[in-house]
Design a protein around this ligand. Structure first.
Ligand SMILES: Cc1cc2nc3c(=O)[nH]c(=O)nc-3n(C[C@H](O)[C@H](O)[C@H](O)COP(=O)(O)O)c2cc1C
Length: 232
């Protein structure tokens, strides 16, 4: 394939695996630290009334083949509840300094437990406690009520009282297991658009689509990508 990162335009013959291009762009943004969270993406879910809602999450894995992305969240959060009712999701990356946008649409499933366990274990210890401490998306009376709740839950996990969990010596930190209500969400792509900024607003864009068929492994059988160039 031509080099996605040096290409100023999409090739005349559109590449057959646009996910490789998107991953190359993401990797380049991460390597160049183009922004504080170069792997951040907007994730859009839809509620029971058909109302979409968007929020930023971090892309922790981008598997170009067979083609899914992973983010981690609380399974009782608004976004996860919405996905449970309607698993169609849209994702959006924008790297302004590169003049690139990637739009992805697809269907979400929960990541396998062992994958979520492995990722959770790799997280910063304070973030592990944080996952137990917050009932993401639930109403809260005050910031101090949240701090007290986190403290109570940390005590239950065997963590001594501390203003700052990082202040606790590594040798005194109990192992924190993954909360059952926290883990990965895999978004399998069936539509992707690559966009490159052009001068005079004559941008370059193309969209690819493919079929997704749910299989018995909590995954999807995927078809071939078909691409088409779009007017900007
Ligand atoms: C840079 C950035 C990264 C974030 N990463 C995540 C993430 O990976 N997972 C997550 O659940 N929330 C993340 N958030 C918080 C979400 O944007 C959101 O506030 C939260 O998930 C609750 O969303 P919900 O109530 O719609 O479910 C992030 C926010 C920002 C600004």
């Amino acid at each position: 394939m031509s080099d996605p990162c040096s290409a100023k335009r999409l090739p005349t013959v559109l590449p057959s695996n646009p996910m490789d291009w998107a991953k190359a762009w993401l990797d380049e943004a991460v390597q160049n630290e183009v922004q504080r969270n170069p792997n951040s993406m907007a994730a859009v879910t839809v509620n029971g009334e058909g109302q979409p809602s968007a929020r930023v999450v971090l892309c922790k894995e981008f598997v170009a083949d067979p083609g899914y992305l992973v983010f981690y969240t609380n399974y009782k959060s608004d976004k996860a509840r919405q996905i449970a009712g309607n698993n169609k999701v849209a994702l959006l990356f924008h790297w302004d300094s590169f003049g690139r946008q990637v739009r992805i649409e697809g269907q979400a499933v929960l990541s396998p437990d062992d994958e979520s366990d492995t990722y959770f274990a790799s997280r910063d210890w304070g973030s592990q406690i944080g996952a137990w401490g917050s009932d993401q998306s639930s109403p809260l009376e005050s910031r101090s009520a949240l701090i007290a709740q986190v403290g109570r839950r940390a005590m239950k996990l065997g963590v001594g009282a501390a203003k700052n969990f990082k202040a606790i010596a590594v040798s005194e930190r109990p192992v924190i297991s993954r909360p059952p209500h926290w883990g990965g969400i895999r978004v399998w792509a069936n539509r992707i658009e690559l966009w490159i900024e052009g001068s005079d607003r004559i941008h370059d864009r193309a969209r690819w689509t493919r079929s997704l068929e749910a299989n018995e492994d909590n995954a999807f059988d995927v078809g071939e990508w078909t691409g088409i160039r779009l007017q900007p």
